[in-house]
Design a binder for this molecule. Structure first.
Ligand code: ZN
Length: 193
C-alpha cells in the first residue's frame, strides 16, 4: 500500500524507532508499504518514520542508478549490489569508516532540498533479515550513503543534523517553506553569495 510520506518537521521524524522483535505479519506489511511508497516517490531509500511508524525498519533500492555508482562487499569480497536489491534494513547496526567523503543528498521528507553531506567513505553493516537471520556486508558510494542516511532516520536523526551553522543559515528559509508544505522557490544566481 502506498502511504503518505511525512515531511519535516513532523515530530515522528525525531522519534527513535523501537527494535523489531519477531518478524510478524505487521512487519512484513510495513516492509511492503515502505517498498511501494519508495518506488511511487522514485526514492532510493525510505525509513519507517517517514510513513509515521516508530520502528527500526527501512528499505533501499539503488537499482539502475549508474551516474552515482554503488559498491558492496560480503566478507570483503566485492559483489554486484543489484543482486541484493531491494535491501531491507531491520535493526541495522552500522560502523562507518573514519575517512569521510562529501556528496549531495536529498530526502523524501524534505522535498526540493539537497545538501552536501560528509559521511564515512565506506560502512560496515549488520542487519536482521525478513526470514529471521542476519546479513552482514560493507557498502560504499550511493549505497553506503543511503544505508547511513536511512539508519539515521531509524534513530530520529536527519541529514540537516550533519550541516554546520553556516550552511544552516543558508537553508533556514528553505526549511520554513517545507514546514508550511510549500515548494522551495528557485534561488536566483544574484542572490547566491
Ligand atoms: Zn531521508
Amino acid at each position: 500500500m502506498i502511504r503518505e510520506i511525512v515531511h519535516y518537521d513532523a515530530p515522528v521524524l525525531r522519534a527513535k524507532g523501537r527494535e523489531v522483535g519477531a518478524i510478524t505479519p505487521e512487519i512484513e506489511k510495513l516492509v511492503g508499504d515502505l517498498l511501494a511508497t519508495m518506488r511511487h516517490a522514485h526514492g532510493v531509500g525510505l525509513a519507517a518514520q517517514q510513513i509515521g511508524e516508530t520502528v527500526q525498519v527501512a528499505v533501499i533500492d539503488v537499482t539502475g542508478i549508474t551516474e552515482r555508482p554503488s559498491k558492496m562487499w560480503i566478507g570483503d569480497k566485492p559483489v554486484d549490489p543489484e543482486g541484493y536489491m531491494p535491501l531491507i534494513l531491520i535493526n541495522p547496526v552500522i560502523k562507518p569508516t573514519r575517512t569521510k567523503i562529501t556528496a549531495t543528498e536529498g530526502c523524501l521528507s524534505f522535498p526540493g532540498l539537497t545538501l552536501d553531506i560528509s559521511r564515512g567513505q565506506r560502512v560496515a553493516v549488520k542487519t536482521r533479515t525478513l526470514n529471521g537471520g542476519t546479513f552482514e556486508f560493507d557498502a560504499a558510494g550511493l549505497l553506503g550513503r543511503a544505508v547511513m542516511h536511512e539508519t539515521d532516520h531509524l534513530h530520529g536523526r536527519l541529514f540537516i543534523d550533519h550541516i554546520n551553522s553556516e550552511q544552516r543559515k543558508v537553508i533556514r528559509e528553505d526549511l520554513e517553506y517545507i514546514k508550511r508544505g510549500e515548494p522551495i522557490p528557485e534561488r536566483s544566481e544574484e542572490n547566491t553569495p
